[in-house]
Design a protein around this ligand. Sequence first.
Ligand code: NAD
Length: 477
Amino acid sequence: MTIAGEPSFRESVDMMFRRATALMDLGPGLQEKIRVCNSTYTVRFGVRLRGKIETFVGYRSVHSEHMEPVKGGIRYSLGVNQDEVEALAALMTYKCALVETPFGGSKGGLCIDPRKWDEHELEQITRRFAYELIKRDLINPAQNVPAPDMGTGEREMAWIADQYARMNTTDINAKACVTGKPPHAGGIQGRVEATGRGVQFALREFFRHKEDAAKANLSGGLDGKRLVVQGLGNVGYHAAKFLSEEDGAKVIAIIERDGAVINDAGLDVEDVRQWMNSHGGLLAEYPRGTYMIDGAKALELDCDLLIPAAMEGVINLSNAARIKAPLIIEAANGPITFGADEILRAKGCVIIPDMYANAGGVTVSYFEWVKNLSHIRFGRMQRRAEEGRSRILVEELERLSNDQQLGWQLSPDFKEKFLQGSDELALVRSGLDDTMRTAYQSMREVWHARDEVQDLRVAAYIVSISRIAKTYQSKGL
Ligand code: NAD
């Protein structure tokens, strides 16, 4: 989406990059090498559908190959264009460096309204798009590994994996050519909700640092915080669901493409989602809230936390001054334009930037890729051994208590939890939590250490650009 009077998405990302590099000592050559997008492949292909040939336009952009494979989602939307995939590929490079997943950045997109086509047609289109990318190594376990993004999910990833396997019958690592697959097709537990879960972990870490929350004039934890979420798709739904069901946050408004529903007493996210599922994806007439047809207006509601989780550019020069939230977490990529970012910062709004906030997806994708390459589920070797060791300890403690007549007993709840070895989902969550905490701490260190670093976005860019620069320097570029 290009907004009148504003830089394009890619220009906006570049301008944010330059705000950070102005505070770094990189040398102009290296700086330029890191910033530019290495290549963008455009493909136009035909698929025979409903008796005629339909032509589709798709892209796969590779921003940086300082580490390979490169990684980044494939988006299905009518808004897809070269500028957008290049901006998203650049964000992937910075994101991967920030959360220390060993990938370069890439992104793909197909210019399509997926709601216009039935499942079989979408499969034909996806397989043909994948064929075009696979034959050019733009999908390959060692070189370029896509994942889901807006408009795509497990289903599309399974088709892509199968298409790759058909074209590479002897590649033992074929499953690692794409992540976000369903668990029965080589996926990993916890990938579907990973980005939303990452948003939750990011916010928990933010509120753990009282002085950071104080910068947004907030205190306490997430409990009781009033939040507005835009986009009840994969990312927005999971983030809002976990924050309300597990952390006590109150979802006072949900914004979707056909409007917003508002309820000051709090909305039941699951209930709203069920309603949308059974009403063609629409919010209108949802009975347990007030419907507002101009959904974007709800971004301006008085709340503690705003979660844009739909698309880029939604907070821009036209509405930034009216945004009241003191804290915004960018669950979507690029929801705040460069100009809006300046306005919000001047008002004292704290922004948790996209490259960190939505990195949960690529983090768990990394776990899935490792799982596919190692051909074994996480926890399969250790889980029962872990349980066995815990059992020895519990039995010994109980024996001591009996022998010495100490009269104490372990509570059944403790025993049950302690005796349970970690399965794949528990390990994925633990790895994701650790990643989100560590990355936040690396950002905040830079944020607090240097006066000229006034916000988390610049801090995030500094951390990731420094890491990418080190990789280039050690390669002797
Ligand atoms: P999705 O397609 O599952 O959901 C997007 C939702 O936003 C849909 O429900 C759609 O109806 C809604 N929407 C679209 N336009 C809207 C508008 N103008 N106003 C309000 N709602 C609107 O997509 P997703 O995977 O949840 O991705 C959302 C954002 O998160 C994108 O920016 C994407 O790049 C980013 N992201 C996704 C992942 C992931 O793992 N899926 C990872 C990182 C970042």
